[in-house]
Ligand binder design. Structure first.
Ligand SMILES: [Zn+2]
Ligand SMILES: [Zn+2]
Length: 195
């Protein structure tokens, strides 16, 4: 038997203003993705929810924990963890024939059940890191050889065009095309026969 964990019955709640109900719900929410960060489809999301009957609908406050995975934007190593989101939104009953709510930031309320799913999905989408780092100060990859500089420096010459390295280039190669003095055979290289 499968039940939708994101549906909450609200008939009793709506009988009088100020009624409150607390719920903890967990289950799959479908894959969510922002850039390379995502909540995998097969992982469970948990939400602690407080519903309150207010003038104009039901106010829903939720603390959401969602497992996510992604890629460090500098070194491309896998990153991830549990994303914590806090939201407070209004579910508003919609009259018969009333068009979907375009301007207001509310969710539709119809019938006996309130559907937490769109609220949970929207909250996670807003919080998923677009460009995560594996750690503060990740050294990233060498743009030339692709080595992970977190494992130590590579042997590539400094990248051209970076003004910080211009002075070093001059020191490294003082006079391109001209043989350096003393480049011939070292004195005494051929001692010759010496009895
Ligand atoms: Zn990294
Ligand atoms: Zn390199």
């Amino acid at each position: 038997m499968t039940t939708n964990p994101w549906l909450v019955p609200v008939t009793t709640l709506r009988r009088s203003l100020g009624n409150r109900r607390q719920e903890t719900r967990s289950g799959r929410i479908g894959e969510l993705r922002v850039a390379d960060s995502r909540v995998p489809e097969d992982r469970e999301v948990q939400a602690e929810v407080t519903l309150c009957s207010v003038d104009g609908g039901i106010e829903v406050a939720a603390g959401i924990d969602a497992p996510w995975v992604g890629e460090c934007r500098r070194c491309l190593r896998p990153v991830g963890g549990v994303l914590r989101c806090e939201v407070r939104e209004l579910y508003r009953p919609r009259g018969p024939g009333e068009p979907p709510d375009q301007d207001e930031e509310t969710y539709p309320l119809s019938g006996e059940m309130l559907d937490l799913r769109p609220l949970v999905r929207d909250a996670i989408l807003l919080e998923l890191p677009i460009a995560p780092l594996c750690r503060e100060g990740c050294a990233g990859l060498c743009p030339t050889c692709g080595a992970d500089l977190n494992d130590g420096p590579c042997t590539c010459p400094p990248a051209g065009g970076d003004p910080r390295w211009a002075g070093l280039d001059v020191l490294r190669d003082p006079s391109p095309g001209v043989p350096e003095e003393g480049a011939g055979p070292p004195a005494g290289a051929d001692p010759g026969p010496t009895a």
